[in-house]
Structure formats: structure tokens, C-alpha cells
Design a protein around this ligand. Structure first.
Ligand code: SF4
Length: 236
């Protein structure tokens, strides 16, 4: 997610700078300078406040990776960037890209599951055992995971445990992945509408739940083998 300004509306009054000096600055030419590209999850609340308080309604938040024109990295199997293309081109060509996966585990060991919106461009309407999504151009793994968890689940301020890399290859997609676990009892609030239904499943009932739900195959492939460790259970 990043902030954009409509320079035709902005009157450089500095309201946003006063609210969030780390994000905005009126420069020597009396023009508004947006000081960051991709927002971290910690920066999003300040950015939202500036958007709401701008008296000229000149600011807007732009969700990363949502538009067909949004740029994404095409990578090789090692994750090395080969070129940058539009999201639409990536999807159309099923080109290999970077994506994060974050499982949310409750203090009682339950796994948070969710159903994806019907407007998602991949696996619409399916249930999922992990949050996450396509990493933005130049975005580091940790920032991408925090952003996705904030945007999809509304969960912020939680330390993510890096569970390592992985890959997923299928006829409809190729992914170089980074996997994380968030151990938290914070509510899932679904702020961006990508998630339309949420539930919790104990690992002892997960097989039964999986047998009765259509679930995204990439998350299953990448995260299912890690769930016992993610939940802090003894695999023996
Ligand atoms: S608050 Fe709005 S009008 Fe004022 S400087 Fe920021 S973007 Fe421009």
C-alpha cells in the first residue's frame, strides 16, 4: 500500500505533514513530498489519518498488487528478479512471482482460516489457511508479510516468525514463497474486503475441516507441513 497525492487539489497547507512528518513534507518549493514508497503496517494508520484529515481530499491510499496495472517482479526459481511486468501480464502468463504466506495461530493452538472474496483474481471464493499475497517490486519479505496481514486480516503489531522459503508450481501459477507464522489472539477485521468469512479450526480437527471445504492449493502445499511446528506442538 502507498499514498498518492493529486497535485491539482493539494494546496500545500501542511496538514498531512503535521499529522505524519515521517510520511509527508512540504519542500522548499512549497510542494508536497511523499517521503515513503510502500507503507509498513506501522505507517498505515498515520497515512489513513492524513487521508481522512486532508481538507482538500487530495490524498488517497493505493492498495499494492490489486490493480491490473500494478507492477510485480517476475523471478526465477531462486527468486532472482528477471523483469518487471504488470499484474495482469503475470496472471495471464502464469509467470513465477514472489508471494508471502502467513498462518495465524491462536494461543489455544487453533488455526485461523478464511474465505477469499469472489472478486479475487486467483482462487476466488475458496477457503484459505494462510493470509498473504504478491510482494511488491523491491519489497522485502518481512514488510510484504506485515502489509498483507494488515490489509487482509487487519492484524498489526505482531512479531512474525519467519518459517523459511518455499515454492509452489501448478498449471495456474508459479510462486517463490516466504512463509511466516503470527501467534496472536487479535481479532481478524478484514479491512480491505479480500476476506469475507473467518473461522478457527483446531489442528486435531483440521483433516475433517479440509475434507469439507474447497481450499487454496498453494497455501495447503506450502503451509500444511509447517502447522505442527507453527502451533508449537510436539510432532512426535
Ligand atoms: S493535507 Fe492535503 S492539501 Fe494539505 S498538504 Fe497534505 S495533501 Fe496537500
Amino acid at each position: 500500500m502507498h499514498v498518492e497525492v493529486d497535485t491539482n487539489l493539494c494546496e500545500s497547507n501542511g496538514v498531512c505533514e503535521a499529522l505524519a512528518p515521517d510520511l509527508f513534507e512540504i519542500d522548499d518549493d512549497d510542494s508536497l513530498l511523499i517521503k515513503v514508497g510502500q507503507l509498513t503496517s506501522q505507517q498505515v494508520p498515520d497515512a489513513e489519518a492524513a487521508v481522512l484529515r486532508c481538507p482538500k481530499q487530495a490524498l488517497r491510499l493505493v492498495r499494492s498488487g490489486m490493480g491490473a496495472d500494478e507492477l510485480v517482479e517476475v523471478v526465477n526459481t531462486d527468486g532472482r528478479v528477471l523483469r518487471v511486468v504488470s499484474r495482469a501480464e503475470m496472471r495471464h502468463g502464469t509467470l513465477r512471482h514472489r508471494s508471502t504466506y502467513i498462518v495465524v495461530i491462536r494461543s489455544n493452538g487453533a488455526l485461523v482460516v478464511h474465505r477469499r472474496s469472489d472478486w479475487k483474481d486467483v482462487y476466488p471464493g475458496l477457503w484459505d489457511i494462510a493470509f498473504g499475497g504478491v510482494a511488491a517490486v523491491g519489497e522485502d519479505w518481512g514488510t510484504a508479510a506485515e502489509r498483507e496481514l494488515a490489509e487482509e486480516a487487519g492484524i498489526t503489531g505482531v512479531t512474525l516468525q519467519d518459517m523459511g522459503g518455499g515454492s509452489f508450481d501448478a498449471p495456474d501459477g508459479h510462486v517463490v514463497a516466504r512463509r511466516f507464522v503470527a501467534r496472536t489472539d487479535l481479532a481478524v477485521t478484514c479491512p480491505d474486503g479480500e476476506v469475507v468469512e473467518v473461522g478457527e479450526v483446531s489442528l486435531s480437527h483440521l483433516d475433517e475441516w479440509l475434507s469439507t471445504h474447497d481450499v487454496c492449493p498453494d497455501s495447503l502445499s506450502l503451509m500444511l507441513p509447517l502447522l505442527t511446528e507453527a502451533a508449537g506442538l510436539d510432532p512426535s
